[in-house]
Design a protein. Structure first.
Length: 558
């Protein structure tokens, strides 16, 4: 048994240790409360407070009458913190069942405890997200987001383009107008408790929504044109087809359609299939005889011919190493300039270009009409078209009739719009105005004198009304001026056998033009002349539009 003295020593030593430990703890507490107080308070605040970006609402795209073509729809994004989830399989099954997801895809995300953030479902339907929220899954957070939707489906899909998951424009007008549509994001502070649950949310900078955009397109006219193109492609087993309807007075594009089309809400699928491009603006093709207005318009403007000037024309002529002939066999005969255009004589057009115009003057007029340069339409990816880089002896034999030169549909439509409105070229455009802004003021410049233009318009009217190549484009009660064009498609080693582009461009009513309508059919089968393939489609589109716009007839019905 230890002596009392030894016991007292041990007690005193134990008491001393207690005092030392207590003193150390007291000193540590004092140091924390004074020296480290501010830094620890800041760290605690950082752990309970976080800044959240508030996405800005994307502006709505409307057609000319106010029908929405692209708009934002409310959605809910569901995220999770795997570090807070104790039973990831249970939570994965719950979320997958409620949100209609696959457990095998969701479980690995929730089971990865090295991550503090994982998307469960980006932009989920609000009703499904709300149903999940009521079940209070551990570690899940819900916040509102906007999802881009296209309520008209296929209508004008290649024109509208697409905005991605982050509401950023990726194609078409969504890309062209991304800055105006996007707006400016805001921010708010989120306060959480020790368990990570949201206690409060404080708005610091509210989001500023993007501006709405009003287009020149008319969704009713657009839908009807798309239907006509679908029927035409089906009938002729064509590769694709395009149509443009322009107001020649303002340059407003009322319709820009193509087939095959796609649902704008499924743009990624269209991207995989390679049908997302807007052919009317981005693609080029040899125009064929619709290009002859350049040659004839130039000769009239240079006072080299009148509509009544006549030429003796054989069925075929030699130009350097090329033989140029007309589409249909005929004997040598005498034709006026008006008949050359009306009957679309290749020999007559080349004769005028070769004998009277020459290479330099023809080049100048091609440029003056706007070919080989962009129109400046408000759409991304516009092509310049292709002009010959080198003129050989035979070039004067093919360019005047629309071979060896490539154009875009919007270039061609804008030229015929200039012929329709008195010879003044007006820049085509798809955007009428931005929210709070003024209507678009297009660029204008004169390419033909009023007298020459009136003469050319009258000659184009004869193409349709006087047993010309465009008879199938006639519309009862309305005068029509226009031109057919059938062009063989070029390949890397010459022209492709059996592959053509059939085009008709028309102006209605010819006496007081309100519309220019272009229809182009790529690689029709079983028939390829524009007179039988493209002209009837023009008549269907133009006839509907004239009635829809309540344009009064200008001719008696025969």
């Amino acid at each position: 048994m230890p002596s009392p003295r030894l016991v007292n020593s041990r007690l005193r030593f134990l008491l001393f240790l207690i005092l030392v430990v207590f003193g150390a703890l007291l000193a540590r507490a004092a140091w924390i409360q004074t020296v480290r107080a501010s830094s620890l308070a800041a760290r605690a605040q950082d752990q309970t407070r976080s800044s959240v970006v508030l996405p800005a609402g994307r502006g709505t795209i409307f057609d000319r009458l106010g029908a929405p073509l692209a708009l934002g729809e409310q959605a809910t994004t569901v995220v999770a913190d795997p570090m807070q989830i104790r039973n990831p399989l249970q939570e994965a099954r719950l979320a997958a069942h409620t949100l209609h997801l696959k457990v095998k895809s969701l479980y690995p995300l929730l089971a990865d405890h090295a991550r503090g953030f994982a998307y469960v479902e980006r932009k989920a339907p609000p009703d499904l997200a709300e149903s999940l929220a009521t079940k209070k899954p551990t570690g899940f957070t819900f916040y509102p987001e906007e999802r881009r939707v296209y309520p008209q489906g296929t209508v004008a899909a290649p024109v509208l383009g697409y905005a991605g998951t982050d509401n950023t424009g990726l194609a078409g007008l969504e890309l062209q107008l991304d800055q105006q549509l996007s707006g400016k994001p805001g921010s708010e502070t989120v306060v959480r408790d020790a368990l990570g649950q949201i206690v409060s949310m404080t708005s610091e900078h509210p989001a500023r929504n993007g501006r709405d955009v009003f287009l020149t397109l008319d969704h009713t006219m657009q839908a009807q044109a798309e239907q006509v193109l679908r029927d035409t492609v089906r009938k002729w087993h064509a590769k694709d087809a395009s149509a443009i309807v322009l107001d020649p007075r303002t340059g407003a594009v009322l319709t820009m359609a193509q087939e095959p089309g796609y649902d704008a809400n499924r743009f990624p699928q269209a991207l995989v299939r390679g049908i997302q491009a807007n052919h009317a603006v981005t693609d080029v093709f040899e125009p064929g005889s619709v290009f002859k207005v350049v040659t004839i318009g130039a000769a009239l403007s240079e006072h080299l011919v009148t509509p009544h000037t006549s030429f003796t024309l054989p069925y075929a002529i030699h130009v350097a190493d090329r033989v140029i002939h007309d589409a249909e066999r005929r004997p040598t005969e005498r034709m006026t300039v008006a008949q050359i255009l009306q009957r679309s004589s290749n020999v007559g057009t080349v004769t005028i270009a070769e004998r009277l115009l020459g290479e330099n003057r023809l080049k100048q007029w091609i440029s003056r009409f706007g070919f080989g340069q962009r129109t400046g339409i408000d759409f991304p990816g516009e092509s310049d078209g292709i002009l010959p880089s080198y003129w050989s002896g035979s070039t004067i034999g093919n360019v005047p009739i629309g071979q060896g030169v490539s154009v875009t549909a919007i270039q061609l439509a804008s030229v015929y719009a200039a012929i329709a409105n008195g010879g003044e070229w007006v820049q085509p455009h798809l955007v009428d105005r931005l929210q709070g802004g003024r209507p678009y003021a297009p660029k204008r410049h004169r390419i033909l004198s009023r007298d020459v233009d009136a003469t050319l318009l009258k000659m184009l009217k004869g193409v349709v009304s006087d047993q010309g190549t465009g008879e199938a484009a006639a519309i009862p009660g309305y005068s029509v001026a226009g031109k057919t064009g059938t062009a063989q498609k070029p390949g890397p080693y010459g022209y492709l056998k059996g592959k053509y582009v059939a085009t008709f461009v028309g102006i209605v009513p010819a006496t007081a033009p309100r519309l220019v309508v272009l229809v182009s059919i790529d690689e029709p089968q079983g028939g390829y002349y524009a007179a039988e393939v493209a002209a009837p489609a023009f008549a269907q589109i133009a006839s509907f539009d004239l009635q829809y716009l309540e344009v009064p007839p200008d001719e008696p019905v025969r």
